[in-house]
Design a protein around this ligand. Sequence first.
Ligand code: SF4
Length: 371
Amino acid sequence: MLTGPALARFQKSLLAWFRESQRDLPWRRTRDPYRVWLSEIMLQQTRVAAVIPYYERFLERFPTVKELAEAPEDEVLRLWSGLGYYSRARNLQNAARQIVERHGGEFPRAPGQALALPGIGAYTAAAILSIAYQAKMAVLDGNVARVLARLGAVRGDLRANGRWLELQKTADTLLDEEAPGDWNEAMMELGATLCTPRSPQCLICPLTGFCEARKKGLTEEIPAKRVKRERVEIALAALVLVDARGKTLLLPPPQKREQAGAGEAADVPTLVSRMWHFPTIPVRREAAKVELRKFAQTSIFRGGKCGSEWQALKPVRHAVTFRAITIYPFLARAAGLPRIAGTKILPLEEVSELAISSLTRKVARAAEKAI
Ligand code: SF4
């Protein structure tokens, strides 16, 4: 563990490199807690390049916490549409409402209060509070853990019992308390740009002289590969009903943990991201059409005629963590669409303007092409 002058040299090297070489990203041009917070949430599980346009559009529409808190949820989800992991958007808005109600519209400075907000965990709280308020809190995420593990030649699964806590202690010890925000960003930047999972660029790394993995020739072995969860294949079938005027029917966002309605299986709400969606059910691949037809007959048309022509559309594939989802969409033409409370009937080409998941968007596009 570095201490005294060696620690000071280490900190100076990293900060100097960061201040010189950091990428120019929109959220780095501000210390405004709302903007820092938004960027941290959007960047979870999502690449920087994908986040930038969403971040800018979102701020254009919701420039303050108050405006976000007061917006209809549908609009927030629409602006998030395509970014994935929609619970982030819901938590963000719920947290915005709490901030307005309980903290006078300002992101709380106290770690306990920040952690009590929906969607804020230890990493996110440390990142926001250190960058926006210079709180002396060290961040630890996957990028930082990799850098620390290599610096200390830590072997084994970094998320295993006790090891993550040890890494957090190391991160706390190394934190530059004079500039905690810059320090945290510098550690993350190093992990994202030079100390990458494969082929780290040790020759130009500002910490090369401090790195045990580099000295021992272990940079490719650390961190140890995680055992990947086995892939699960999921088959769904979606029904795009279209009437003579080109209108279609969508089901509303299912409530969390709500008993599946209208014949939906319980895991479908998760898969359609709790947003507006075409009637969708889990099926056996080889019986997709038969099972969807039966579902339409009983749950959508309630015994009435469920459309004469059924056309199989190109299957849509999507991966969510360990799940490989294939949707088998069917376009069914019906003389009229059933009136069901809570559903939406709208022109097919307007579906993409709603808050929908990218899966639903792909299904809508496939149907539009076929018409
Ligand atoms: S020397 Fe290489 S392995 Fe060590 S911190 Fe720098 S980039 Fe990572």
